[in-house]
Design a protein around this ligand. Structure first.
Ligand SMILES: *[C@@H]1O[C@H](CO)[C@@H](O)[C@H](O)[C@H]1NC(C)=O
Ligand SMILES: *[C@@H]1O[C@H](CO)[C@@H](O)[C@H](O)[C@H]1NC(C)=O
Ligand SMILES: *[C@@H]1O[C@H](CO)[C@@H](O)[C@H](O)[C@H]1NC(C)=O
Ligand SMILES: *[C@@H]1O[C@H](CO)[C@@H](O)[C@H](O)[C@H]1NC(C)=O
Ligand SMILES: *[C@@H]1O[C@H](CO)[C@@H](O)[C@H](O)[C@H]1NC(C)=O
Ligand SMILES: *[C@@H]1O[C@H](CO)[C@@H](O)[C@H](O)[C@H]1NC(C)=O
Ligand SMILES: *[C@@H]1O[C@H](CO)[C@@H](O)[C@H](O)[C@H]1NC(C)=O
Ligand SMILES: *[C@@H]1O[C@H](CO)[C@@H](O)[C@H](O)[C@H]1NC(C)=O
Length: 533
């Protein structure tokens, strides 16, 4: 049986979990429509790796919290923003800190996996939907009925709602526990990573620590650029590749390029040394499909062109159309195709591959640049149009709202903030070069960037999670240690999933631009056998 004092603590707090406990947070330019509060008992959720950003999988069971929900609007904007703050019910379970979690794709936030992860670590956990929930189509929140863009809603998605949620999180947490939060943190990946950078640049006093992973930092540009690998194929008028062809090309790249980093371990750790020309692979025959219904195909020219377009940078008249993926990225991420079983017009028994481009990119193009949700990119889109759109005044307008690429972090530095970005070398959604370029631009602005902002590139890790490489599942804890104890991380600990023999490998992920180098002795699988240089 639990000690009576703890029962009293939670029970007393439950009586406080009512709307009257919480004051209007009084945020300039924001109207509070309502505040609700109720106890949620025994909340449980299964969290896969990375869905609580930079954390391993975990199963959370039986956490009780006070769910405070604030509905707000900017007068004149006709928006409705929902922000939830989850407060560990028993005050002795609260670690004194606040953690805000971000979104992904076209979703501003309120991802329950991330909120639950933070809550289970003892944080007061806050997140906002930024005016639209994850189920609302962009054609509904991004456009007015006359198909003109709703820039207010885009602003909410971009940044306003994030700052407001940070302020709400702090003031309402104080209302509940009767004391200020000791430290405040932000974590997110992809769109969530962009949000972290936007906060550091525009609201430098909101958080003590920010983890901005694999950021979509030039959101509106990258949304369009992410269509490049597919549109490049469309321009060839020659169909789309089978997924197995792309997988074979990735496997060939790993075979050719992995040893160049000094250790043959199935992981490309120095993608810049990789120069495999996929066109040399054309004609190689490979098994395709599952073994029961499998058949053999030859790697086609179109698949090789696809891989080439995905791996290497492309520019037109000085405008970057595409920065290029690491060669270990799953090419099917942005060049996904599907086939269906057919009995009629194909000797192999399957249909020609049909393209499935990245959904949020297709929606952004159709709604925000073509102002036509029904726009079909396959009928007349091409690389030339993409280039023109990237340079268009309308895109510049979105860039002003959505880009988080300001290299000047001096206000964040002066406020005492600390920030970490990591992006996997096998990211198959956003080129890793995006984060690297940004970090270099901050460094060009301030050579002492490492005093407050650090960047890492784990080999063999995909977009925010997954991949055969070294996942940095302790990064958030490293950030807390840096903020609260001044211990700046010179490396992150990367850990693989168990291999076929159940072996887990560990390796330091070095502070950019350093790379881990094998000492030449000791277990290759042990982090201690590697040095950053
Ligand atoms: C809200 O803030 C403004 C300025 O920050 C202040 O003038 C006003 O008195 C505040 N209102 C309340 C109810 O605290
Ligand atoms: C919550 O779970 C605990 C066991 O973990 C159980 O004792 C308790 O009755 C549950 N409470 C509610 C309200 O379901
Ligand atoms: C979570 O629970 C599921 C279902 O019981 C189980 O398959 C999975 O391995 C668990 N995950 C972790 C990280 O413990
Ligand atoms: C928190 O409260 C809001 C408003 O009542 C509700 O919509 C939401 O489902 C609640 N969340 C949880 C996890 O219970
Ligand atoms: C405000 O938004 C709602 C739906 O979000 C819409 O039905 C209504 O027409 C809008 N009002 C104005 C004045 O635009
Ligand atoms: C609590 O935070 C507020 C706002 O940041 C600050 O003005 C106040 O001094 C803090 N109170 C204490 C006791 O630290
Ligand atoms: C693959 O190429 C070989 C040799 O060029 C040819 O004999 C075979 O028919 C091709 N297979 C398919 C499925 O196209
Ligand atoms: C490819 O598209 C299919 C059909 O929409 C989907 O089921 C599958 O998960 C996608 N694969 C990838 C790698 O995105």
């Amino acid at each position: 049986m639990a000690p009576p004092s703890i029962v009293v603590g939670a029970a007393a707090a439950a009586l406080n979990c009512i709307p009257q406990t919480f004051h209007n947070p009084n945020i300039s330019g924001l109207g509070i429509s309502s505040i609700s509060a109720h106890v949620v008992n025994n909340w449980s959720l299964e969290i896969p790796q990375g869905l609580y950003t930079s954390h391993e999988a975990r199963n959370v069971t039986d956490v009780s919290f006070c769910n405070v929900t604030v509905t707000s609007t900017h007068p004149g904007w006709n928006d409705t923003i929902n922000t939830q703050l989850w407060l560990p019910l028993d005050p002795s379970d609260w670690n004194g800190r606040l953690q805000m979690t971000g979104g992904g794709g076209l979703v501003t936030g309120l991802l329950y996996t991330a909120m639950t992860g933070a809550l289970s670590d003892g944080y007061a956990s806050v997140s906002t939907d930024g005016g639209h929930n994850s189920l609302t189509d962009l054609s509904v929140w991004g456009l007015y009925e006359d198909q003109n863009p709703n820039l207010y809603n885009v602003l909410d998605f971009a940044q306003n709602s994030l700052h407001e949620a940070a302020v709400m999180g702090k003031t309402l947490t104080k209302d509940f526990y009767g004391k200020n939060v000791s430290y405040s943190y932000y974590t997110g990946c992809s769109t969530g990573g962009r949000q972290g950078l936007a906060i550091a640049q525009n609201y430098p006093e909101d958080f003590d620590g920010i983890l901005a992973s694999a950021p979509a930092l030039k959101w509106n540009d990258i949304a369009i650029q992410m269509l490049y690998p597919m549109v490049n194929l469309l321009d060839q008028h020659d169909g789309f590749p089978n997924q197995c062809e792309l997988d074979a090309l990735t496997a060939a790249a790993v075979e050719a390029c992995d040893p160049k980093d000094g250790v043959t371990d199935g992981i490309i750790s120095a993608p810049e040394l990789c120069d495999l020309d996929p066109l040399t692979m054309v004609g190689r025959s490979i098994p395709c499909g599952t073994s029961s219904e499998g058949h053999v195909v030859n790697i086609s020219r179109i698949a090789a062109i696809g891989a080439k377009g995905a791996w290497y940078p492309v520019e037109q008249s000085g405008t970057a159309l595409w920065l290029g993926f690491g060669q270990q990225a799953q090419l099917g991420g942005l060049m996904n195709t599907t086939t269906t079983t057919t009995t009629t017009n194909s000797p192999s028994g399957v249909s020609e591959p049909e393209p499935v481009p990245f959904g949020p990119s297709v929606q952004w193009l159709a709604c925000m640049l073509k102002h036509d949700p029904a726009y079909d990119w396959r009928t007349n889109y091409n690389v030339q149009q993409m280039y023109e759109q990237l340079k268009s005044p309308e895109n510049a307008l979105y860039r002003g709202i959505l880009s988080a690429d300001n290299p000047d972090l001096s206000k964040f530095r002066d406020a005492g903030g600390k920030m970490i970005t990591w992006q996997g070398m096998a990211d198959d959604n956003i080129p890793t070069a995006e984060s690297q370029d940004y970090y270099q631009s901050v460094e060009a602005h301030d050579p002492d960037v490492r005093d407050y902002y650090r960047y890492f590139q784990p080999p063999g890790i995909g977009h925010c999670l997954g991949g055969p490489g070294f996942f940095p599942g302790q990064t958030f804890e490293n950030l807390v240690d840096w903020v609260e104890h001044g211990r700046a991380p010179d490396s992150l600990l990367g850990v693989t999933q168990p291999d076929f023999n159940g072996v887990i490998s560990q390796r330091p992920i070095c502070l950019y631009p350093k790379r881990a180098k094998y000492d030449g002795e000791g277990e290759v699988t042990a982090a201690g056998s590697w040095t950053c240089q």
